[in-house]
Design a binder for this molecule. Structure first.
Ligand SMILES: C[S@@+](CC[C@H](N)C(=O)[O-])C[C@H]1O[C@@H](n2cnc3c(N)ncnc32)[C@H](O)[C@@H]1O
Length: 290
């Protein structure tokens, strides 16, 4: 969940970092799968592509909840993520994983009835071109559902960590236009891009819930996980010396302790579930003057 990084970071250090914390990241983000998959309206067997599938947890969950006969195909720009996703040992033919830069790639084997993404559409270098490209992946009237983070002020799991670290070292201000997790905190920015790209029936519904930080971790371990895996906080602290990292751990543990219940830290989150569809065949024919 780095801020202000270019898309390509996912194929290098950023991807490696995510992969190193994959089990904890997936455990933390799992509560988002239910509202995301519900928004896909999987009412009949179909082909579903996932954009920026990471280690593949959501793809597998989509298949589990989809009507029998459905096929899920996860795509990610990071070879390291796809390697992990392929290692999940899922049944071939039902879930497949492939490397693709979804900003530019064409669907390798035909279009899909559904397009899904859990936090994978905020990192495109050229969002207008990327969302136009994704339209090529959907059959006419095919539906999509994208989960993106709400504003930082509604996501204390991140803002508290950021505040704590910024009390110890300088953190560069985040640029809301740059690729990053909170780029579409204001959902109207994403709706505008999707509308301009040609999607229809656009809607946003917000999911608010509690996320277990790093899975089921007590405050001290949750603090360690958050510093190691959110943004580039660990790197900034290490540049300032071992003492800075030790102070941040102690302070963050203190700040996360009130959120610990039944032995683990859970914090509020707000996620925009943005849905819509490709234009129907009739609408496309009408626009073409047929
Ligand atoms: C925040 S992670 C989310 C991973 C996964 N969806 C999850 O929720 O666990 C963002 C993912 O998007 C992928 N990604 C970023 N830009 C991409 C692109 N242009 N094409 C495909 N995947 C991309 C990254 O490699 C990374 O795996």
């Amino acid at each position: 969940m780095h801020e202000n990084c270019s898309n390509s970071g996912w194929t290098a250090a950023r991807g490696e970092k995510w992969r190193g914390q994959l089990a904890r990241m997936e455990a933390m983000l799992a509560p988002v799968d239910e509202p995301l998959i519900r928004a896909l309206r999987l009412d009949a067997p179909c082909g579903i592509a996932e954009v920026g599938c990471g280690g593949g947890g959501t793809s597998v969950e989509i298949l589990r909840r989809a009507p029998a006969g459905s096929v899920v195909h996860g795509f990610d720009i990071s070879p390291a993520m796809i390697e992990v996703a392929r290692g999940r040992g899922t049944a071939p033919g039902e879930v497949a994983f492939d490397i693709a830069d979804m900003e530019r790639a064409v669907p390798p084997s035909g279009m899909y009835e559904r397009l899904a993404s859990r936090f994978g559409v905020m990192f495109f270098a050229d969002p207008p071109a990327a969302f136009r490209n994704l339209l090529r992946w959907l059959v006419p009237a095919g539906r999509f559902a994208f989960a993106v983070w709400g504003r930082p002020s509604d996501n204390p799991w991140m803002s508290i960590v950021r505040e704590t670290v910024s009390g110890i070292v300088d953190i560069p201000p985040s640029d809301p236009d740059a690729p990053g997790p909170f780029r579409y905190g204001d959902a109207s920015r994403l709706l505008h891009l999707l509308d301009e790209a040609g999607y229809r029936d656009l809607e946003v519904s917000d999911w608010r819930g509690m996320l277990p930080i790093g899975g089921e971790l007590p405050a001290e371990e949750a603090a360690e996980f958050a510093l190691a895996s959110f943004s580039n906080f660990a790197e900034l602290l290490l540049e300032a010396g071992d003492l800075a990292l030790r102070d941040a751990r102690a302070l963050l543990t203190q700040r996360l302790s009130p959120y610990q219940q039944d032995g683990f830290v859970r914090m509020d989150a707000r996620v925009h579930i943005v849905t819509g569809a490709a234009a129907s065949r009739e609408a496309v024919q009408h626009a073409d003057g047929d």
